[in-house]
Design a protein around this ligand. Structure first.
Ligand code: ADP
Ligand code: MG
Length: 334
């Protein structure tokens, strides 16, 4: 009798373990870290279980859409003229990119890929730069040369190529944050290469605190001195800078931000632009637009928008100066 009772108990316990392998554990903060899109990610959230598998699946799906370093992604297939088909991530990116292209007067432009590649910051090898080369590439740059017809991306010329690097990291933060929210996480921080989405509270029960990094020449991204801390329970923030991705060419500094209107890397006193917006995809694209426009035009653009603020760090001869849009001071609590 005793033996059959013990057997029955074991059988019932085994059944429950088999039927509910992911049973909820106690709510606690998890931290998942790794590398994606050539940069790091650091994702923290409060949950009853580790969601790393779901996060990785979400990131992989995103990579399959918008990574130009993945030859089979939607964007790569469009660049190789193998397909015109798009997916939802691509279409969301395209529509947002078009909007930011318009409001930045063409400073932000995903068709900049041939120039980015020629200058050695893209997915193919650097070329020898001449005025003629730049002129010949400029004819393939400009969002007026592409359109979305239903689900198909149409180009006016097969030489046209797209680069979503200046918007995709931010969009990926939104996508991971949405996944975590769908899993019932109210407290989360998603950081992909410095672009950030956060909600709720940190593991000390306080608003999350994130830093705007000092823009010091730092090609390998080791220094992380903080210029400004922002404390928040709901934020989407992105930073673009010219202090990590650059090289010197005959004494001229060449940065990875290209002005699509001239074909040349920008060269002005703006070292970094941090943008806070409704979502991280928009913040990311606007931050790059600011870097192209330079301080004055960037402030003009952002001050006209009721859903975005910016924090600009400029270096003049021997001093560093901060410029903020009208609502930014309130955001950082000054
Ligand atoms: P980071 O976050 O690394 O500072 P950004 O978000 O500014 O970078 O993205 C920079 C990348 O965007 C470049 O490496 C290039 O691939 C692409 N890019 C460069 N210039 C432009 C531009 N004017 N518009 C859109 N994308 C650009
Ligand atoms: Mg950007």
């Amino acid at each position: 009798m005793k033996i059959s009772f013990a057997l029955l108990f074991t059988a019932v316990a085994a059944f429950f373990l088999w039927a509910y392998p992911d049973r909820e554990e106690e709510q606690r903060y998890y931290c998942n870290q790794g590398y994606i899109f050539g940069t790091y990610y650091n994702i923290r959230y409060s949950s009853g279980k580790d969601l790393e598998k779901g996060i990785l699946k979400t990131l992989k799906e995103f990579d399959n859409s918008l990574s130009t370093f993945n030859p089979k992604s939607t964007i790569s297939r469009i660049n190789q003229n193998k397909s015109e088909d798009t997916d939802e991530h691509f279409r969301l990116m395209y529509n947002n990119a078009l909007q930011i292209w318009q409001l930045s007067d063409g400073a932000f432009d995903i068709t900049v890929a041939p120039l980015v590649n020629a200058w050695g910051f893209g997915f193919s090898n650097k070329e020898d730069i001449t005025g003629n080369l730049i002129d010949s590439l400029l004819q393939y740059v400009g969002m007026q040369h592409i359109s979305l017809e239903g689900k198909l991306l149409k180009k006016s010329d097969p030489h046209i190529m797209l680069d979503a690097s200046a918007i995709a990291k931010g969009q990926a933060c939104d996508v991971v944050a949405e996944y975590l929210l769908s899993q019932g996480c109210d407290d989360l921080l998603v950081d992909i290469g410095g672009e950030i989405v956060l909600r709720g509270l940190n593991d000390s029960g306080e608003p999350w605190r994130v830093g705007i990094t000092k823009p010091e020449d730092d090609p390998i991204g080791k220094q992380n001195d903080i210029q400004q801390i922002i404390s928040s329970t709901s934020l989407a923030m992105a930073t673009s800078g010219n202090y990590r991705q650059f090289y010197y060419d005959n004494g001229i500094r060449r940065s990875h931000t290209i002005d699509p209107r001239t074909g040349f890397p920008v060269n002005h006193s703006l070292l970094s632009a941090t943008v806070v917006a409704d979502n991280c995809m928009t913040a990311d694209a606007l931050a790059t637009a600011c870097m192209v426009l330079g301080k004055d035009s960037a402030l003009d653009m952002i001050n006209k928008l009721n859903y975005a603020e910016c924090y600009l760090i400029c270096a003049d001869a021997d001093s560093t100066n901060i410029f903020m849009s009208d609502g930014m001071k309130q955001l950082i609590g000054e």
